[in-house]
Design a protein around this ligand. Structure first.
Ligand code: NAD
Ligand code: UDP
Length: 312
């Protein structure tokens, strides 16, 4: 089995490449290194079944593969808002290019979508049937709407051209190999706590998120890719239903780092969702999947990872 992982040098992509190699697959890791790093996949480079390609998914590419995991796209608001036009291009043109490739070589393709397709959700917890509450013209739209179009493309290539597609809606995922300057809340809080800095909470800290450890996420998406079922082409939520306010998360980070936490409350970014929690009944029924790593345990591993690095 030859498998293409776009965004394979990123946080989730590098864990996925590692897992697929361990399963005995041949892996082509494709990345433009915008937020990915060679260091994330350095240990895989000597492996005879691993190949690294520097390429941008907004440009077409011809490869012979059996499966495609399309993960290429910056995931942190700081990074996807840095060049929003490029974020839209990555999600739209990148997905078209990968679907075109899948169609040509008859590969199965899985698209990394996001809980952001639900926007600032009114339905809570979010089921896959919920259409969302998304601002089409805000600062987050390049990502939220980009991913919604990516989902549309997946469904249209499936219905019109018979491409074998999968869509995973990933909820906030954290773990080792996140960038120190990633900008997402878990890495920000851990790095700030380890440096003895005050934690930056945006808004009053009452907004909620549900945090999934990366190994649970990877298990879920590999199962989704390799499952056959009548409605398997429709989106599947993968996330940990444990829901925390940012104030509660700050407390948890205090415990995981054994530091006394002090907080700076800063303005809330535009369109920041107030609440988010996945309903994972569909993933459970289709894939027999549920998360196994509780927040405290996942944070401990992530803190160990950041503690072992020299923080600038
Ligand atoms: P990440 O930023 O660490 O990884 C993204 C990777 O894609 C990086 O290696 C980056 O260099 C690469 N990339 C970006 N644009 C590219 C392009 N045009 N061509 C080729 N490579 C490109 O982020 P991540 O957290 O690993 O996210 C991976 C995927 O999962 C993304 O599609 C993201 O939208 C999705 N996702 C992640 C989360 C999460 O909480 N981590 C939540 C929802 C969805
Ligand atoms: N957040 C925060 N402090 C930070 C970074 C993020 O309070 O230093 C908040 C952010 O406003 C949001 C939540 O944490 O309410 C999750 O943010 P993140 O960027 O990790 O993910 P997303 O908003 O995309 O779910």
């Amino acid at each position: 089995m030859r498998i293409l992982v776009t965004g394979g040098a990123g946080f989730i992509g590098s864990h996925l490449c590692e897992r697929l190699i361990a399963d005995g697959a041949e892996v082509i890791c494709l990345d433009n290194f915008f937020t990915g790093r060679k260091a994330n996949i350095e240990h895989l480079l000597p492996h005879p079944h691993f190949e690294l390609v520097r390429h941008d998914v907004t440009e077409p590419i011809l490869l012979e593969v059996d499966q495609i995991y399309n993960l290429a796209c910056p995931a942190s608001p700081v990074h996807y808002q840095y060049n929003p036009i490029k974020t839209v291009k990555t999600n739209v043109m990148g997905t078209i290019n990968m679907l075109g490739l899948a169609k040509r070589v008859k590969a199965r393709i899985l698209q990394a979508s996001t809980s952001e397709v639900y926007g600032d959700p009114i339905e809570h917890p979010q089921t896959e049937g919920y259409w969302g509450n998304v601002n089409p013209i805000g600062l987050r739209s390049c990502y939220d709407e980009g991913k919604r179009v990516a989902e549309t493309l997946m469904m249209d290539y499936h219905r019109q051209s018979g491409v074998d597609t999968r869509i995973v809606r990933i909820f906030n995922t954290y773990g080792t190999r996140m960038l120190e300057n990633d900008g997402r809340v878990v890495s920000n809080f851990i790095v700030q706590a380890l440096r003895g800095e005050r934690l930056t909470i945006y808004g009053d800290g009452s907004q909620t998120r549900s945090f999934c450890y990366v190994s649970d996420l990877v298990e879920g998406i590999v199962r989704l890719m390799n499952t056959e079922a009548e409605d398997i082409h429709l989106p599947v939520n993968i996330g940990n239903p444990g829901e925390f306010t940012m104030n509660e998360l700050a407390d948890e980070i205090g415990k995981a780092t054994c530091r006394k936490i002090e907080i700076d409350y800063l303005p809330l970014p535009q369109d920041d969702p107030k609440q988010r929690q996945p309903n994972i009944e569909r993933a459970n029924a289709l894939l027999g999947w549920e998360p196994t790593v509780p927040l405290a345990e996942g944070l401990k591993k992530t803190v160990e990872y950041f503690s072992g690095r020299t923080l600038r």
